[in-house]
Design a protein around this ligand. Structure first.
Ligand code: WTA
Length: 539
């Protein structure tokens, strides 16, 4: 599949160095598409197939792709999504796109234009041997867009040799992977976890990898464990949000299936609370499989902190990523930029020396790369996360320090959502914050100030704003709560004090601290009243 598709891409003019955008669900052809690009030296840019047409278009343009690979439709949790239609809408604003390869994930035909290529049909005409391109170790392997605290999404650049080495090594040692194992990472290929642990890590180690296209509760909450039994999965790697959800459905869905093949359980993407960790360990893993809480980022390419590798009987503390991987030197910084050397202390998590899997730059914007990761603490890579180092020297991630929120393990910048909301003709300004949500990890709460004398009000407006966010970004970025306010709390210099808004939603009035720097402290009382009206119960 890979070779035929590689040959097809080459014949249709894709050259070494050309970036190809892939908008597909996790399916064998999607992996073949990534591998085919890698084989001919064309960097791939996989865009999560849940993103809207506009978000896709933005990424296609920024990546300067002229080739897009998609599927006619996607199938997820019993629902069909119109991927080809979304691509059609996206490429309308991407004049550089001159060909769209369309794979048939379902049997339903879709409208094809002169620009479109029936992928499987054309692949059959190709030879099944495809000469691999010779690449330099530092040539680009792929771009992957992720959200930052400001501005547009950034296309992080990963390179050939270092990334691959790091993905392979972490896959092998963090999960105790052995030849012949079946590795089950249920992340979507549209995220870095899918890249490193559904595709590159397991494949580089000659492993068998599972692609999961559905949701943890379809057709029922036993889906994961039925799959573990049927495919005899040895390592299961998933997100805390799914574990928290399944925990609520009860143990019977787990007990129904034979999980004796499992040896290691992994968690990724957000902090895992102790209750979810214990349930995962005790119920899913029958108390015999180590649970590895793995901390890393799109930027790091692979796992940087995890309880394994370590001695077989070494302690694993619930909810802690604990130990740095080979070559990773974590440091904690105080607000003044001094390295904290003692234990039992918290600070900004930085990494003190480069490692093979680190992103090399942001596509088209090296200055932003330097500014975001290197300038906050000169000489160190700044992760954007805070961490605690215990008395024993173990690391625990405490969450983002910037305005990035993590909804069900998906990163989204508050500024990105505000940008969309502010585009409404009714909105004067807005402030978006994350609040803690018992399943999603974090939920999204928007405070919105309307333009004076605007007629659209209340529910209609909120619905309109939600539709805008889902159209411009993706469904997961839609605010759960939208509170209309008269004013936002601001400093005298006009800066919105998000800290105060967070405290309102957390119902921690005492924790608001000094409000004397606010331009108008009465704004806060009004916001508290509005919040209590909107959400009777604490969130
Ligand atoms: C968060 C996903 C706590 C963190 C691999 C990081 C975590 C961001 C953990 C990266 C963890 C990831 N414990 N927080 N084990 N793993 N995070 O780029 O805030 O989608 O900066 O990469 O997720 O998200 P990304």
């Amino acid at each position: 599949m890979t070779c035929r598709l590689g040959n097809l891409l080459r014949r249709r003019g894709v050259k070494k160095g050309d970036c190809v955008t892939i908008y597909m669900p996790p399916c064998p052809l999607a992996v073949a598409a990534m591998m085919a690009c890698a084989r001919i030296g064309a960097p791939h840019n996989v865009v999560f197939a849940g993103f809207s047409a506009e978000a896709l278009a933005e990424r296609i343009r920024d990546a300067q792709s002229s080739t897009v690979i998609t599927a006619n439709q996607g199938v997820r949790g019993g629902k069909v999504t119109e991927l080809k239609k979304t691509v059609d809408a996206a490429v309308q604003s991407c004049p550089a796109v001159d060909q769209v390869f369309v794979a048939m994930r379902t049997e339903n035909p879709v409208a094809m234009t002169a620009r479109d290529v029936a992928m499987e049909e054309e692949m059959l005409k190709e030879d099944c041997v495809c000469e691999p391109a010779a690449m330099d170790s530092e040539d680009v392997l792929f771009l992957l867009y992720t959200s930052g605290s400001t501005g547009t999404p950034k296309g992080l650049v990963h390179t050939q040799a270092g990334y691959l080495l790091y993905a392979a090594l972490t896959h092998k040692y963090v999960f105790s992977y052995r030849d012949g194992d079946v590795f089950g990472c249920v992340a979507d290929i549209g995220w870095i976890t899918g890249h490193s642990y559904s595709v590159y890590g397991p494949l580089a180690n000659g492993g068998t990898t599972v692609l999961f296209e559905s949701t943890p509760v379809y057709p029922d909450p036993g889906r994961y464990w039925e799959m573990v039994q049927r495919l005899k999965i040895n390592q299961f790697y998933g997100a805390p949000t799914a574990i928290r959800l399944l925990l609520k459905y009860g143990d019977q869905w787990v007990h129904k299936y034979d999980r004796s093949s499992l040896r290691t359980l992994g968690s990724v993407g957000e902090p895992i609370n102790t209750e979810a960790w214990e349930w995962y360990h005790r119920v899913v893993g029958e108390g015999r499989c180590p649970v590895v809480d793995t901390w890393w980022q799109t930027e790091t390419g692979g796992i940087c902190i995890a309880p394994k590798p370590s001695e077989p009987d070494a302690e694993i503390v619930p909810g802690m990523a604990m130990r740095p991987f080979f070559g990773i030197k974590p440091v904690l910084m105080d607000p003044e930029g001094k390295v904290l050397t003692s234990n039992d202390t918290s600070g900004a998590l930085c990494i003190a020396q480069p490692w093979p899997g680190m992103a090399r730059t942001i596509h088209n914007d090296h200055a932003r790369f330097i500014e975001t990761y290197c300038q906050p603490h000169p000489g160190y890579f700044f992760t954007g996360d805070g961490a605690y180092r215990s008395e024993e020297g173990y690391y625990q991630i405490t969450g983002r320090l910037d305005d990035v929120i993590n909804v069900s393990g998906h990163r989204i910048g508050t500024a990105e959502i505000e940008d969309v909301v502010n585009q409404s003709s009714s909105v004067a300004e807005s402030a978006v914050i994350g609040y803690s949500h018992d399943i999603k990890g974090q939920g999204i709460y928007a405070f919105v100030v309307l333009k004076k004398d605007d007629e659209v009000q209340g529910e209609d407006l909120c619905q309109q704003l939600r539709n805008m966010v889902s159209k411009k970004i993706a469904k997961y970025a839609c605010p759960d709560f939208i509170q209309i306010v008269q004013r936002l709390p601001k400093t005298r210099s006009g800066k919105i004090m998000r800290r105060v808004l967070r405290k309102v939603v957390e119902r921690d009035v005492d924790g608001m601290g000094d409000l004397s720097t606010l331009e108008d402290p009465t704004a806060v009382e009004e916001i508290i009243r509005g919040h209590l009206e909107l959400c009777g119960k604490p969130l």
